[in-house]
Each structure stands twice: as C-alpha cells, then as structure tokens.
Ligand binder design. Sequence first.
Ligand code: UDP
Ligand code: MG
Length: 312
Amino acid sequence: MQLSIVIPLYNEEESLPELTQWIERVMKENGFEYEIIFIDDGSTDNSWEVIKQLKQKNPNIRAFRFKRNYGKAAGLHVGFQKARGDVIITMDADLQDSPDEIPEFYRMITEENYDLVSCWKKKRYDPWLSKNLPSKIFNFTARLVSGIKLHDFNCGLKAYKKKVAKAIEVYGDMHRYIPILVKNAGFKRIGEKVVKHRPRKYGKSKYGWSRFLHGFLDLLSITFMSNFSKRPMHFFGTLGLLSFFIGFLILAYLSYLKIFEHITKIADRPLFYLGVLTVILGTQLFLTGFLGDMISRNSPLRNEYLIDEEIE
Ligand code: UDP
Ligand code: MG
C-alpha cells in the first residue's frame, strides 16, 4: 500500500462527506493504492454515524473511535500505529487542508527522500489576532530552540516516511512539535511545502488562546526531555554545583572577616543571606538531579534506541 491518510477529528460531521469525496477523487486521478484512517476523538455529534455510512461506500476507509476526547495528539498516535502505507499523510478534517496537495507530498517523500514534509500556510485564512500573530511568535520560538528551519511547525498537513511515523511517540499536546520529535529521533531530512490554506467551512476551531501558553510550556518540556531526560544530573547537578560554589565562596569570605579581621555583625549583611541561600539552593538542586537520575534509571525507556538498519 502506498498511502495512509490519517485524519483525527472531533465533531466534524458536516465536513466528513465532502472531505472523503475529495480525497477519493484525488486518489483515483493519481491511481494511488491507499487507505483513509479516521480517528474519532470522542465526538459528541454525528461524526461516527457519518463515518459508518462512508465506510459502506468505500472499503478503503478504516476508523477508530475513542471513548472520550483525548486530544489531537492521541488521534495521531493511534493513526500512526494502525497505518500500513509506505507514506503516511496526516490532515485535519475541517477542509482547511486540501487533498489536492497529497500527490506532491507523496513525491517529495518517495523521490526527494524526505523523512518529513510539513506544510506551510504562507497565506492564512484564520483570525489575525487570535491565531496568526500568536502562531508567528510560537513558530519563531520553536525555530530558535530547535534549530529546525520550518515556518509552520503546527501545520496539520504533513507527510512521513512510514518508519518515521512509527518511530515517534506523539502524546499530550506534542502534535505541535512533531518536527522536533522527528529530529530528536535522529531523522534529518525535514522539509516544507507551501500550501493553499482555506478558511474553516463548517463547525468551529477546537483550540483557543490557551494553546499558546500550553505550547510554550511543552516546548520547555520537550527541550529538557531531549537533552537531559536520560541524565537529569547533568542539568541539575551543574546548576547545583555552581550555586553551592558561589555560596561557599561568599561564606568563606565572611568567615575570614569574622575570624581574622574580627568584624562583627556579619549576619546583618545582605551578602550573608545570599551566601546561605545559594548554598541551600545548590544542595537542593544537586539532590533533585540525584533523584532525577534514580527515576530515569528505573524508566522503561532508559534503553530505548532506534535501530535504523540491520545486517545479520
Ligand atoms: N481535533 C481532534 N481532537 C481535539 C481537537 C481537535 O481530533 O480534541 C481535530 C479537529 O477535528 C481537526 C484538527 O484536529 O480535524 C485540527 O483542529 P482545529 O481545526 O480545531 O484546529 P485549528 O485549525 O483551529 O488550529
Ligand atoms: Mg482547522
């Protein structure tokens, strides 16, 4: 099978028939062997009934339904696990991404040998203040932190080599940082393609302002996890030693004044409190690193590595 099209959806009943028809047309025109994988993320409207009807007409459709709403990342994760195609495409269900782009994405993966191709909505049809501006800030930060030269990290339309999609674990709200997950898994050929974006036709956006605060916290977490999760002591221990050392110098200096210069009222000086504070802080950071190391030593992921090729 050439293509798996993974579509996470939450309350998108109006869009589904149109989207499916459109995909079917593109697949037929290009003679693709494909499957569509719908992940119904606990919809409370008629989405599941609509999917069941669509399935009756098209056997290439597979669908999975969550008991409750887990979020887009969960949908993508399950979709990746179920996918059988050599190239895996993800797209939103709301008709904002055009299926006409799929053949070019497929070509970039198979012929230009990209591991991941992300879309870039160069011209966006979303509200400016609540979407486009925050998204610019978000992408700028993600570029800075990750060093990946993408304009649009969180774009829904993406294409993956099968092994790439199977190698990453999208969880929480980490679908926003898939390119970073892919890079951290060791894949280097990450590209982008400018796509036509369309305004949402039916229903409404499932995300509001809070996504940007959460997104920022996730970025901190993902950066920390990729650099230090297997060795927390390197992070906390370095800070801890530094802090302890500064405090030690301060207190040694004050002790010297007290013992050899006979200066009194040492404890009245701000410097004294700074010394005490940094020594305590340093010890705490050091212990945090130590505990972190003990936890990661027991983590089932401690020896999880990705083997790319094998000769036996
Ligand atoms: N979605 C989902 N689970 C959720 C929220 C959203 O599967 O909890 C799906 C949604 O149905 C759509 C895609 O994720 O197919 C993107 O969501 P949306 O269009 O609301 O995001 P936006 O385009 O506003 O960024
Ligand atoms: Mg949308």
